[in-house]
Design a protein around this ligand. Sequence first.
Ligand SMILES: [Zn+2]
Length: 213
Amino acid sequence: MRMVLLGAPGSGKGTQADLLKDKYACAHISTGDIFRRNLLAKTELGVKAGEFMNRGELVPDEIVIGMVKDRLRESDATGFLMDGFPRTIPQAEAFGVMLEELKTPLDAVVLLDIDEEILVGRLTNRRTCRACGKIWNLLSMKGDNLSPGCPECGGELYQRDDDAELVIRNRLKVYNDQTSPLVSWYAKTGKLYTIEASASPDETLKKIQAALG
Ligand SMILES: [Zn+2]
């Protein structure tokens, strides 16, 4: 299985990536991991990427593409689940050329689609424990709402700045602006599967498997 996974922050993309990787026995390739590996190993591309990151700039497409290309040449990557790449049309085009060269065509692009208000609700209800750092969601916490401490250690729960509504709306806007051209682009290839993903992770997984056949 060779798949690209698309989904907004809070759509459950990480959870689905874990479930799908086991189901289809393929490598989970996330751009975050690729970056870390290249930075740690101080590869030529890693060093270049580091310079941009240290300046707080976006790493240019050609560097990201080069890193993905190296990763796809590794022996465990004949089947893969791409997470965080491609992010732009030029990246998607380069990715297509890469896969053609490797003779490993893409099987599916799965878009986890959730109503924006549900996403905002999920993300703004996240709370972090000051004591143990664990993240909880008020929506799925039951019991005594008068003393909503950490269920594990009793520590105080607080809302991180990242989880404030305005910040979240802005992140979703950035995601939508970036991803919608990609969605239209992949729709034309006939490989796009849009999966409604507001139910539980297990139900979403079932929908994905049913769609892929
Ligand atoms: Zn705690």
